[in-house]
Write a new protein. Structure first.
Length: 159
């Protein structure tokens, strides 16, 4: 079997099969390109061994299957994360909360505004997953919630 000189890859494999600069790993596309180049430039009098070709094809297939599995798992994890975020944010509906917003003062220091207490009317989860709660018709970041209060109390925390 003849070999192809100077064929190397440099880059980390990403989910699309491409490589990123700086790695010595072959991506799916580079692997297939190298295999095709080997087949084009093989010596007709000494062709590639069938077993070697089958092994390389099996490696390519395994790489592709692992990347597909990785894509599927990434989608699943993202879906579960969104569901968890929605479940968490929804637990605030109809609860009394104390919200403390932080703003940047003129001197660049962070300052807390006076606490706002009210009942959560609804939650909003945007595409960028920034959860907002609506209290008295105004939207606040869920990260600004400092306390969840018991029904009708203005100062007691619930456990």
């Amino acid at each position: 079997m003849s070999s192809v000189e100077g064929a190397s890859a440099s880059g980390n494999v990403d989910l699309t099969g491409k490589t990123e600069p700086g790695s010595q790993d072959l991506g799916k596309d580079e692997f297939l390109e190298l295999l095709v180049t080997q087949l084009k430039h093989q010596d007709p009098l000494d062709p590639m061994d069938d077993k070697e070709f089958i092994a390389q094809t099996a490696q390519f297939s395994a790489l592709e299957q692992m990347q597909n599995l990785n894509n599927t798992m990434s989608s699943f994890v993202e879906s579960q994360s969104r569901k968890q975020e929605l479940t968490y944010a929804s637990s605030f509906i109809d609860k009394q909360v104390e919200i403390v917003q932080t703003v940047e003062g003129e001197d660049g220091e962070k300052e807390e505004l006076a606490p706002i207490t009210g009942k959560v009317e609804k939650v909003i989860i945007s595409q960028d997953r920034a959860s907002q709660i609506v209290v008295d018709g105004k939207e606040y970041s869920i990260e600004d919630v400092q306390k969840v209060l018991s029904e009708g109390s203005a100062g007691e925390e619930t456990a």
